[in-house]
Design a protein around this ligand. Structure first.
Ligand code: C2E
Ligand code: MG
Ligand code: MG
Length: 577
């Protein structure tokens, strides 16, 4: 074996000559001294006239700033460019040839230029494909939870509709999930907490589906998720999955030191019909979900075709309600609340309760049962409720001024959940009282059991209202969930016993005992009591005997227009000064 350096150099040159990468050695002005065949092949498309004496001249058209960079280069490392991408325009490309070159150029101490040129066409194509895939994924993956998004679940449903498995028909089910009162979490605890809850909901859903059966869970909207149940064995199978999900999501979430509860409402489409598309099926599932919300949430409802008709009706009703607000079609009527234990004036009017009515342009005067629920659902109850409060307060002050001692002493106004969830509510009440010059002690706000016992934010808002001097009544007592033993926890002054108990009081010992017990607890807590819906003298006699402070019902008066109430009051107290 030869140790002659000349031989080694020769061997190295041979190696460089055969390298599958282009190598060029040139003078500083670009004059080529050495070039291997690969470099010649790669650079050939850049030399239409076949001239390849000067590297910089060859690269001029694709890398015009190269000469400048060579002059400016830091002589220590000599690196002019490292794997600089040089895309070749269509005119410079040859069939099967490169479309992107990579150039590394160094200026050596001996004032030579060393260039390394390679074909990176495949590498760039791969990168582009990868980028396209990532972009496609980003379009189909929800960034917050990492779950597939609506587009993915729509595709999955559409595929199942378009390619039904033989003999099995469209064998899948869709569960549409919406978090209950999620807006409240966002509004009161902040969006960061809301996002954390959504992440935890997503985790529980991931665990609740049957991965082995290729079920899919997707996030389709802010607090909305969809589960695609693949090939369920039976409708009961789907219902069991729905129940499992409900149970799993009904458990509280730990967020930092706090435990947070966020139940869900679910709409289920059991046997999707082939004629509908994916969007249609999701709409059906969403309609059933709304039904579950109306039922109080934390439950699921299976879609039935009639629900679609009902949804259309509600949609129309919403439009009508908006117009009703704009065109002031709401009215307030007032029902007297009678002092039952007042021995001097047996039927003294203690106060009135304001009750809203809708003077519908074609359907006549509508009771609250026709529109309060839909107004709550479409977020319009706040405006209607504020109108009632404002009207009632100014009407009250008007009566005080006009009737003096004959005027009602208190005004009760019903509240909706949305009103109490609104952070501006307390200041709205304050503003209405001030602008109408009504004393806070003359106003009573009525809340239902489920509302009063809700989360701490609602409770603290109720306490703020109480601190202003406004009193609070628990409406429809007996129909909700809280029991007598919880009454002391609620910031209320008055309990209104629901009509359904009063109605049965004189015939059913069970109802009578309940009223009696309520009366005892209320007395011990220093609360007042009102019996609602008294229709007969027997009912009145009974609740009076049981110690109820006040009564309200058709026996005394139906809700009246302001002018009729004045007439009623004058008839009841003809001699009262
Ligand atoms: P509520 O607050 O318990 O009001 C009492 C309801 O019972 C009223 O029905 C009243 O007309 C009716 N009522 C009173 N005495 C009798 C009686 O002897 N027999 C019978 N059969 N019914 C009697 P209305 O006005 O239809 O109101 C129903 C519910 O709508 C109210 O129940 C209340 O929860 C809600 N509501 C009424 N006005 C408003 C409002 O301005 N805002 C909100 N958020 N809810 C309201
Ligand atoms: Mg009421
Ligand atoms: Mg009531």
């Amino acid at each position: 074996m030869s140790n002659d350096p000349a031989d080694s150099n020769q061997a190295l040159l041979q190696l460089l000559y055969r390298m599958p990468i282009g190598l060029v050695q040139a003078e500083l002005d670009g004059t080529i001294e050495l070039i291997n065949p690969k470099a010649a092949q790669l650079l050939m498309p850049l030399c239409p006239n076949g001239q390849m004496q000067n590297l910089l001249a060859v690269l001029e058209q694709v890398a015009p700033k190269l000469r400048e960079s060579i002059q400016q280069v830091d002589s220590a490392d000599g690196l002019v460019c490292d794997r600089m991408r040089i895309p070749l325009s269509a005119t410079l490309r040859v069939a099967m040839g490169p479309s992107v070159l990579a150039l590394s150029l160094t200026k050596s101490r001996g004032s030579k230029l060393m260039a390394m040129i390679s074909d990176v066409t495949l590498e760039v194509e791969n990168e582009e494909r990868q980028l396209a895939r990532e972009l496609r994924d980003a379009e189909r993956i929800d960034y917050l939870t990492g779950l597939p998004n609506r587009a993915v679940v729509c595709d999955r449903i559409q595929d199942a509709l378009d390619y039904p498995i033989a003999d099995m028909g469209n064998c899948f089910a869709v569960l549409f999930i919406n978090c209950d009162r999620f807006k409240q979490i966002n509004d009161t605890l902040g969006h960061a907490t809301g996002d954390k809850v959504l992440g935890l909901v997503a985790d529980r859903l991931r665990r609740a589906i049957r991965v082995e059966r290729e079920d899919l869970v997707a996030r389709t909207g802010s607090d909305e998720f969809v589960v695609f149940v693949n090939h369920p064995a039976s409708p009961e199978d789907v219902e069991n999955i729905a129940k499992r999900i409900l149970r799993s999501l009904d458990r509280p979430y730990r967020i930092g030191p706090d435990m947070l509860h966020c139940s869900i409402s679910m709409g289920v489409v059991l046997q999707p019909k082939a004629e509908g598309d994916a969007g249609h099926i999701l709409d059906d599932a969403s309609i059933a979900m709304m039904q579950a919300k109306r039922a109080g949430g934390n439950c699921f409802v299976v879609f039935e075709p009639e629900m679609r008709r009902e949804a259309v009706r509600l949609g129309n009703l919403e439009a009508e309600l908006r117009r009703a607000i704009e065109e002031s079609q709401f009215r307030v009527v007032y029902q007297p609340v009678i002092a039952l234990q007042n021995l001097v004036a047996l039927q003294g009017c203690h106060g009135v309760e304001a009750l809203v009515r809708w003077q519908h342009p074609t359907r006549g005067l509508l009771p609250p049962s026709e529109f309060i629920g839909p107004a709550e659902e479409c977020g319009l109850i706040g405006q209607i409720g504020e109108f009632v409060l404002r009207t009632a307060c100014s009407q009250f002050v008007k009566w005080q001024q006009e009737m003096g001692p004959h005027a009602p002493e208190t005004m009760a106004v019903n509240l909706s959940r949305d009103q109490l969830n609104d952070s501006r509510f307390v200041s709205t009440v304050k503003e209405i009282l001030e602008s109408s010059s009504m004393l806070p002690t003359q106003l009573q706000l009525e809340v239902t059991e489920s509302l009063a016992s809700q989360d701490t934010v609602v409770q603290s808002r109720l306490r703020e209202i109480k601190a202003m001097g406004v009193s609070l009544a628990l409406d429809d007592f007996g129909t909700g969930f809280s029991s007598l033993s919880c009454l002391h926890l609620l910031p209320i002054d008055t309990i209104k016993i629901d009509r359904s108990f009063v109605m049965e009081a004189d015939v059913s010992p069970h109802h009578r005992v309940l009223i009696e017990a309520t009366m005892l607890v209320a007395k011990s807590l220093g609360m007042h009591t009102v019996a609602e819906g008294i229709e007969t003298p027997a009912q009145e006699a009974l609740v009076r005997q049981l110690g109820c402070d006040n009564g309200q019902g058709y026996l005394f008066s139906k809700p009246l227009l302001p002018s009729d109430l004045v007439e009623w009051l004058t008839a009841v107290h003809p001699g009262k000064e």
